[in-house]
Design a protein around this ligand. Sequence first.
Ligand code: FAD
Length: 499
Amino acid sequence: MINQYDAIIIGAGIGGLTSAALLAKKGLKTLLIEKEKQVGGYVVSFKRDGFTIDATGAFVGGCQEGGEFYQILKQIGAHEKVEFIPIHHIQNVYPGFKVCLNQGGFQPYLEALLNLFPEEEKGLRTYVSLVTQIGEEVRSYSERTFIKKILFPLYFPNLVRFYKSSHQVILDRLFKGGEIKMALHTLPATEPPSRLSFLFVATLISKALLEGVFYPKGGMGKISEALANAFQQAGGEIHLQAEVQQILVKNGRVEGILTKDGKIFHSTILVSDFNPNRLFRMLPLEVQRPFLKKMKDLEYSFSCFILYIATNLDLKSRDLPYFTYIRHLSDLEEEGRILQRGDIPAHPTLIVSIPTLLDMSLAPSGQHLIKVLVHVPYPHQEAWGKSDPTKYRRIKDEFSQKVIQQLEAKLIPDLRKHLLFHEAATPLTLERYTGNEMGAMYGLASTPQQMGNVRPPHQTPVKGLFQVGHYTRPSHGIVGASLSGLFATRTILQKMNRV
Ligand SMILES: Cc1cc2nc3c(=O)[nH]c(=O)nc-3n(C[C@H](O)[C@H](O)[C@H](O)COP(=O)(O)OP(=O)(O)OC[C@H]3O[C@@H](n4cnc5c(N)ncnc54)[C@H](O)[C@@H]3O)c2cc1C
């Protein structure tokens, strides 16, 4: 049959790319279908006036030889196609104190904290020990045997014990002062401590941060390019600017997809790499209804405003770090409360990265790129003036100016005099380009209620329909999405007896 494939992947985010490349490597005739002009979803870089700008992220973990992401790239045959630069120089600025590091990894961070808060040593040692034990249990969970499944509480006591714990519960139990809690909640700060799963924090710290984090030379988009190239070399086919509109189902089993421009592609295996809420709306009504109810209960992660700034200031000579986190509010819950209300704090937390300090090839000689990320709510000022382009531009520009002023006051004096250009992305931009509901940065929020086995699985109740990406297990982030692609592919191959 024409347009017949062994597997079709919808959406070329990191989860979709990983799954597509692994299936093609196994010899399956695989189609990857993406609505945008390029692959990568959130992990793309774009060009402006000689600059290469990363649309969203700033780092990735597990890239060292033997690391979790390295191993996936190796399996796909892409591990030698990206050069990863270790990130060493970072600083976190809090109300009243700072933590500056010139060496990557969690250990130097811990030592810096011990120097600042010697009275919290006992709590810190217990915290690190818990994080390490949980990390080991998570690692062993992915290779669990039948016996381990049956005797689960015996083999995984900490996963059982902390299943429902938020980061706040642990911070309050182990520490007296507010400052150390603030410092420990910086690295995984995707939600306020009361909402963030402690198991997620522990896994992130033990996996990515204990081993260091990296920046791909040439820009974050190089990761997606390497995955797509490996997929094509294995015989995979990519269709860009092709938006899937309907999932075709017959007798409870998927049989193909219909694109917006009316093309039909057939397969009995479909892998979706986008928001499950959108996915289920593409299904026929009779299979859709039971899932939509479940979808309503899902909680999305926050969205953000991103400012891309080009400057001719010599930032190298200022000894600035690659990554700076600037927090104004000392109450860790306050910013989350303000965002939940649909507002933005007067002095929001700024997350700043300067990729040209690591890779000069991203900008014309002597010039630099600064990226500032600010958590913002989707409904701010009637969804950023969604229905009125003039209003949208005004709100976006006003907020850009505010961020530049605060950046100048806190990190880069004289910035305004040395701006070459600046450009911004709002939650609407994120939603438009990637289909992420309300511009959710990390898919589902990593709350205790949405981690582990309660996070949506890869296999859906519709036969042959699978889902990957940051709305599914195990979690968000580049490595989380890639792992979802790996796990889903294993299940698919097992079902096809192709392992
Ligand atoms: C601002 C920001 C900063 C971040 N920083 C980091 C970081 O530093 N490190 C890190 O590890 N992670 C970071 N993340 C998170 C990380 O980027 C994501 O968790 C991960 O990339 C999500 O991958 P995904 O596979 O879920 O797909 P997505 O990136 O969500 O991509 C989904 C793809 O599906 C396509 N699609 C949607 N609908 C259709 C359709 N109907 N037909 C065809 N195609 C469709 C979209 O166009 C898109 O390409 C950041 C995210 C954001 C927004």
